[in-house]
Design a protein around this ligand. Structure first.
Ligand code: FMN
Length: 374
């Protein structure tokens, strides 16, 4: 297993690096609930679910394979979020199905069900996904959260019901969009997003968390409205993979760069500002690499700390480093439980609430000048 220093652009981890003890969890004590008297209680509550630890593996290729899911489970994560099923993929499937049904009914209306194998073939994306949910549920000890990724209203939101029927304990709805249309203002974009959330919430009977980018105006108010539409949790923040220009070929393409701990500060601020203000769970995502990052987001008000880049870089066993490091930090400071920690440094709890808002700006600039400008 290789370990990066947090700065490299490419993952240093590959599935073939999985070592046997990592898969079995051999030699490792996985947190299972409140410890014996005197031990810290690492359990957390997220989307109404009782988790054995607040470290959650967020969507990534690592959560798309049973072997690495088992390794994350063995390392002590509290839950896993599977990779997303994408709106484009589901719309395509549904068009193919319509096309197929149209064709088959022209040929022989009674024969539609006889074409089931062909149907499955068209439907491969979601069929495989449903199998992944079933297998993950059978193999893992922790809740399995399925993920849908899209931004417009449409038939694809109905797939939420299928994910639930396959056994998903919750749905994470990733609203991934770049609002670039000059003719559509923020009000329209927000309205459509609220419609999508309402559709997905209405389609399934498990909790739905909404994963957002930070690029919304008046995020506090928008968060409130999402909760009003039935969102049981907010996952902040989605990380956009910005395009880049290759100067040799002049081609434009995505360039995937893993995050680092510095990027934690944006979700950290919003955990602190939303904690206690909205009636929903909060999950921090982006920039959680070290045990201290987990500690910070919990103190700020997150119910769970989600991690992707760090486990891609160091392997699934890194989740154990996060869980063990959190426990050690809590023991050293006499925290009895995650619940006790959660939000204890949120905006509502600190003596200087403005530190999370604008006043911080002036202070930061002044400090910068005195430190760096002579
Ligand atoms: C290779 C890769 C694949 C990802 N796939 C998904 C996905 O399918 N759905 C999703 O909601 N987020 C996806 N993400 C985003 C992560 O779940 C996470 O929110 C983001 O990487 C920020 O967390 P981090 O700083 O711990 O990496 C992916 C990230 C990476 C690096």
């Amino acid at each position: 297993m290789t370990a990066g220093n947090g700065a490299g652009p490419r993952p240093t981890y590959s599935f073939t690096d999985l070592e046997e003890d990592e898969l079995s969890g051999a030699g490792r004590i996985v947190p299972s609930g409140p410890g014996a008297q005197g031990e810290v209680d690492l359990t957390a509550t997220y989307l109404g679910m009782h988790l054995r630890s607040p470290v959650v593996a967020s969507s990534s290729p690592l959560t798309g394979q049973i072997a690495s899911l088992q390794a994350l489970d063995a390392a002590g994560v509290g839950a896993v979020v599977l990779p997303s099923l994408f709106e484009e993929q589901l719309e395509h499937e549904s068009q193919e199905v319509d096309r197929f049904l149209g064709l088959s009914s022209d040929v022989n209306p009674e024969a539609t069900y006889g074409y089931a194998p062909v149907f499955e073939d068209y439907n491969r994306g979601s069929v495989q996904y449903l199998n992944l949910i079933r297998e993950a549920k059978a193999e893992l000890d922790v809740p399995v959260i399925a993920s849908l990724n899209g931004s417009t209203t449409g038939g694809w939101t109905e797939y939420a019901k299928m994910l639930t029927n396959a056994g998903a304990d919750a749905i994470e709805l990733n609203i991934y969009q770049v609002a670039a249309d000059p003719d559509r203002g923020g009000r329209d974009v927000e309205a459509e997003t609220l419609d999508v959330v309402r559709d997905v919430v209405g389609a399934c009977d498990v909790p739905v968390a909404v994963k957002l980018s930070p690029y919304w105006s008046a995020l506090g108010a928008f968060a409130q409205r999402l909760v009003g539409e039935g969102a049981a949790g907010l996952v902040l923040f989605n990380r956009f993979y910005q395009p880049d220009i290759d100067l040799e070929t002049l081609a434009v393409g995505p360039r995937l760069v893993l995050s680092n701990s510095e990027e934690l500060r944006l979700p950290l601020r919003w955990m602190a500002m939303l904690h206690g203000r909205i009636d929903a769970s909060l999950a921090a995502t982006t920039g959680i690499h070290e045990p201290t990052d987990v500690v910070k987001v919990l103190l700020a008000g997150a119910n769970v700390a989600m991690t992707t880049s760090a486990v891609l870089r160091h392997g699934p066993g890194h989740a154990a480093t996060l869980v063990d490091g959190l426990r050690a930090w809590m023991e050293a400071r006499d925290y009895a439980s995650v619940e006790q920690m959660t939000g204890s440094v949120s905006q509502r709890s600190v003596t200087d609430p403005a530190a999370f808002e604008r006043a911080n700006y002036l202070q930061a600039l002044t400090k910068y000048s005195s430190e760096y400008v002579t």
